[in-house]
Design a protein around this ligand. Structure first.
Ligand code: NAD
Length: 499
């Protein structure tokens, strides 16, 4: 049976009226399991109006109470973890354990955002001038929007929404049309936790809904996560409409393996971070950069061994290392890259094409693919493939490896595996990438640090979560005060100074 999905506007599920729908697949079977409405401009306008009406009351609810509601939400999500994770796996295709991780990493940001009473504190200076005090306030922006990708349908909506709500904004989520069911359930749980009607909204849709949000004068800020071309478009369009924007894009994450590294540890890390979630993570390592031919030969042999043992299967099967990719189109795109790698002369050591999973022959399956002798001109190196494809680019020395990472147009994550503290420190200092792991393959910072890539991986000047999220979702007002009992100085016609 194909489920009919809705929007979530004004605190309830609302059917779409545009007459346009998108198919939501089960990637394990290839079947359409739901139809999601694609909102038009009018529906977006109605959603924004409902969010705008609710915002003042929410902003007037003190931060401690808002935080308490968020903590209740955390409790509700935890109680519904199993159901949410199954729903997530069924639309995305990642394993159940990975889906739980997706939700958990989102909840950690909700827990952090519950520190809003502290995080929203302003500054105060007494006697800044004779009888004069200055203080600053952080005030919510109003109605803000988040546009999120398919690959973390719980985590990223939570990264975006929790700090925005904690800061007193109304939040409109436009989730990926490929896996919208978990965001809709999160909306219901936000309501159940006590978030007032209209304060958290889900508008499903595609470019039409996104453009309507970008053009709406009531939307004050847009947080985006997705591919780089769309990130650039949203950043430019939001700015042209006078909005604050932070837009995070694609990635090509490298892992440098030094000759002194523990190669078993490095190979384990590469296999987990390269193939976990079918490579559909913005922090997946897709390029291994062994330093020196001997390191490369030894590392590649270990990778080949491990790749042979990987189990690709149904996302709910407990022994699957990873599941299918998200769509038939994604599978086709990735297979195209594998063909191009072969045509360009890379050595295909493991070929994931043609994988059959017994009983689920129509699923979007791709096995782990390993290329050696990849060079920087090849498309498999240049482009983000976003699938279970790991490329080995051999570097002659440390400086070559560092240059490769630094000169890559993307700058999301990078790692170095070594036992040499000097090399690790030098690498972390000089590499032109936003998040660095030292013997850690997927260096996703925890909620109380910020997350953000550089160069083509991030547009805007503030990162996600951590203190930056509260800066992004608030505006600072500075108040200078003198009470009538202060000393009378008469009129002054010169610029006041601090001295
Ligand atoms: P995507 O860019 O196709 O879609 C992201 C969002 O943009 C979706 O909500 C989609 O509906 C919307 N969208 C798509 N095309 C649009 C258009 N032409 N105009 C307006 N809106 C449009 O990305 P995806 O395939 O859902 O997600 C995968 C991508 O996200 C990868 O590139 C991955 O690296 C990236 N990603 C980045 C981060 C990060 O933090 N840097 C995190 C997760 C995923």
């Amino acid at each position: 049976m194909v489920r009919g999905l809705s929007h979530y506007i004004g605190g309830r599920l609302v059917e779409g009226t545009s007459g346009r729908f998108g198919d939501v697949f089960d990637p394990c079977t290839g079947d359409v399991q739901a139809r999601v409405p694609l909102a038009n401009q009018d529906e977006v306008r109605q959603a924004v109006a409902a969010a705008g009406e609710a915002q003042a009351g929410w902003a007037g609810t003190n931060a401690q109470r808002r935080a308490r509601i968020l903590l209740k939400f955390v409790d509700l999500v935890n109680r519904n973890m199993e159901e949410l994770a199954r729903l997530l796996s069924s639309e995305h295709g990642k394993t159940l354990a990975d889906s739980k991780g997706d939700i958990q990493r989102g909840l950690e940001v909700v827990e952090f955002a519950a520190g809003a009473p502290h995080l929203l504190k302003g500054e105060f200076s007494t006697d800044a001038g004779t009888g004069i005090d200055i203080h600053s306030l952080r005030q919510p922006l109003g109605v803000v929007a988040g546009i999120t990708p398919f690959n973390f349908p719980a985590m990223i909506p939570l990264w975006k929404s929790a700090p925005a709500l904690a800061a007193g904004n109304s939040f409109i989520l436009k989730p990926s049309e490929r896996d919208p069911s978990v965001p809709l359930r999160l909306a219901e749980l936000y309501s159940e936790a006590g978030v007032p009607d209209g304060v958290f909204t889900v508008v499903n849709g595609d470019k039409e809904a996104v453009d309507a949000l970008l053009e709406d004068p009531w939307i004050k800020a847009v947080g985006f996560v997705g591919s780089t071309p769309i990130a650039r478009y949203i950043y430019a369009t939001a700015a042209a409409h006078g909005k604050r924007a932070q837009c995070f894009g694609g990635a090509k994450n490298h892992m440098v393996v030094m000759p002194d590294a523990d190669l078993d540890q490095a190979a384990d890390a590469l296999v987990g971070s390269g193939y976990g979630s079918g490579g559909e993570r913005c922090m997946a390592v897709s390029v291994a950069v062994p330093v020196g031919e001997e390191t490369a030969d030894r590392l590649v042999a270990k990778l080949q061994d491990r790749v042979k043992g990987l189990r690709v299967g149904h996302s709910l099967a407990p022994d699957s290392d990873f599941g299918p990719v998200v769509s038939a189109a994604a599978k086709e795109r990735i297979e195209g890259y594998i063909r191009s790698g072969v045509d360009d002369g890379a050595a295909l050591l493991a070929d994931g094409r043609g994988l059959r999973v017994e009983g689920h022959e129509n699923g979007f399956w791709l096995g782990p693919t390993l290329f050696d002798h990849v060079t920087p001109e090849m498309a498999v190196y240049r482009d983000e493939i976003f699938g279970p494809v790991l490329s080995v680019v051999r570097a002659a020395g440390y400086e070559d490896a560092l240059r490769l990472c630094t000169e890559n147009p993307y700058g999301n994550g990078v790692a170095i595996f070594t036992r040499d503290g000097d090399a690790a420190r030098d690498f972390a200092t000089r590499v032109d990438v936003g998040m660095v792991g030292i013997n850690v393959p997927i260096p996703v910072p925890l909620a109380y640090y910020t997350f953000g890539g550089w160069k083509a991986s991030g547009f805007g000047d503030l990162n996600q979560h951590g203190a930056d999220a509260f800066r992004f979702y608030t505006k600072t007002k500075t108040v200078t005060t003198r009470w009538p009992s202060g000393i009378r100085q008469g009129s002054s016609f010169v610029m006041p100074e601090g001295s």
